[in-house]
Write a protein that binds this ligand. Structure first.
Ligand SMILES: C[S@@+](CC[C@H](N)C(=O)[O-])C[C@H]1O[C@@H](n2cnc3c(N)ncnc32)[C@H](O)[C@@H]1O
Length: 223
């Protein structure tokens, strides 16, 4: 916990200075590119490169996941117009389509997708249960759900600290992000069966070294 705190203290002034200079979409693209270079890119590739067929990426943001799809037909859903515009730029020259919309009301028919991807999104959505229910609606039975999420620490003191600091973090990040969420209960309530959880951390300038998880789940078949 001390290492994470020192990391935050070391990089917060630089990140706050950038925040004053750049619009939110540029700020996010700059900071997430650093995280990608510090190892997040490898996690992204491992998460989605084997997906095939129709894939919906919810909260695709500036398109940071797009380089890692290898054989899928991808639709990105993004509510923020400035992020969606950057996402479309990132998708140029590919078959990826970016649609403005929210994860709580996906503009897709029932059981129309082979997989859904959420990368660093459930921390920011207003209603995790509705988003997970929408994922369960649009993904075919047996289809894949892949997530990268940062989560509240399971360590007692660190977890309590994250909970206490959440209102401050929410105000500062300007992105709707909470630092004290756990996505697993909402996935479970939507009937999405967790297959594997891989824990990791990314140490990059400007983003706290949150506990992160790569999560694989399946939309269960009706019994
Ligand atoms: C931390 S960014 C992650 C962006 C991208 N997925 C990535 O991996 O870099 C969170 C994204 O979730 C989007 N978002 C927020 N609320 C949402 C919602 N209700 N439905 C879908 N996306 C949402 C934000 O606009 C933002 O693009």
């Amino acid at each position: 916990m001390l290492a994470e705190f020192l990391h935050l203290c070391r990089h917060a002034p630089g990140a706050l200075a950038l925040k004053r200079k750049l619009p939110q979409d540029e700020l996010y693209a700059t900071l997430i590119e650093r995280a990608d270079r510090a190892g997040l890119a490898e996690r992204r590739r491992a998460l989605v490169s084997d997906l095939r067929g129709k894939v919906v990426e919810i909260g695709c943001g500036t398109g940071a996941m797009f380089p890692y799809y290898e054989g899928a037909e991808v639709i990105g859903i993004e509510p923020d117009p400035a992020f969606a515009a950057k996402g479309r730029e990132a998708a140029r020259g590919t078959s990826i389509e970016v649609i403005e919309g929210s994860g709580e009301a996906l503009p897709l028919p029932d059981a129309s997708m082979d997989a859904a991807v959420l990368a660093l999104v459930l921390c920011s959505v207003p209603d995790e249960d509705r988003v997970c229910a929408e994922v369960a609606r649009v993904v075919k039975p047996g289809g894949q759900i892949r997530l990268i999420e940062h989560v509240r620490s399971e360590r007692r003191v660190a977890g309590a600290l994250m909970k206490a600091l959440d209102p401050l973090w929410f105000r500062i990040n300007g992105q709707g992000c909470h630092l004290d969420r756990d996505p697993l209960p909402a996935l479970d309530r939507a009937g999405l069966r967790i297959e594997s959880i891989d824990a990791f951390q990314i140490w990059s300038a400007g983003i706290p070294a949150f506990p992160m998880r790569s999560i694989r789940a399946i939309r269960a078949r009706a019994s």
